[in-house]
Each structure stands twice: as C-alpha cells, then as structure tokens.
Design a protein. Sequence first.
Length: 161
Amino acid sequence: MTQNTEQKILKPRPADVASPDAIIGAMYEVLSGPPGKRNWQRLRSLYLEGARLIPIGNRIHSEGRIDVMSVDEWIDDIAGFFEDNGFFVKEIHRHADRFGDIVQVFSTYEATDAEEGLKKIRGIRALELLHRVERWWIVTVMWDNETRDNQIPGEFTPYLW
C-alpha cells in the first residue's frame, strides 16, 4: 500500500480484522438487521481502498444486472432497501483456500427478511482477503443468489448428519 492509502484507512474494530473468520463475521453482522440504517463506517473499515463488490444475477432489490462497484457505490445502491426492509443474513458453510497472505473464500449464506424468518434466499459470496498492515482486508466480494436453474452444489452446503 502507498503512504497515501494508509492515510485514508478507517480505523476498524481490532476484533473485526484479526482473522479471516472475524472479518467475514463482521461483514455479515453489519449487513444483518431490522429495517433502518446500518453501520456503514464499520463496513467501510473492513475493505481495502479500491475494493470491489460485484453482485451478479438477481438481487434482493434488482434483477439480472452485473455491477462492479466500489464500497461507497454499493452502499448508495443498497441503503434505501435496508432503510425499508429487514435483512438477516448468516453464513451456513465455508470453503477457504489460503496461500501466504491471501485467502479465497466461498461463503454460502442464507438470508431472510426477519430475524427468525423462514428461509428466503441462499447464495454464495466469493471473497478475496488480504493480510497487510497487521490486519485482514476484504479486497473483492462477488456474489450470486441461488435459483432453480442455478442451485448451490452439494460441496458448498452444510453437511446434514
């Protein structure tokens, strides 16, 4: 990172960026909640400057687009939906590969419109994480929701015992 980048870093909660588990958990925690505002500063603090969010396919508030957005562009795009709608999302399965300071993750999620709501949607987030400056960063998140024609493969679903 350049010196200029380091000056623009938002101070994260240390526990949020201590490990891949922690940063992914913090991301899902910020996204989840009843109708209303989210803690966007906390979310911004998880992402490397220049990070990209790439929703593909059908989304909870729009259909069929592929967008490549900055964190702020994505917040501008989704904030109105969250103001008016509850959205509770949790990770239900993870596959991760690590090499040195980079981690690629397939994070299978399940989301509902109420904290104890019936399952509404499932999908997979593909995240790229980086360890630098004594913390973890989210570099890219790309995700797609499950459909009848695009079902989540068994290796990305929780095991049923």
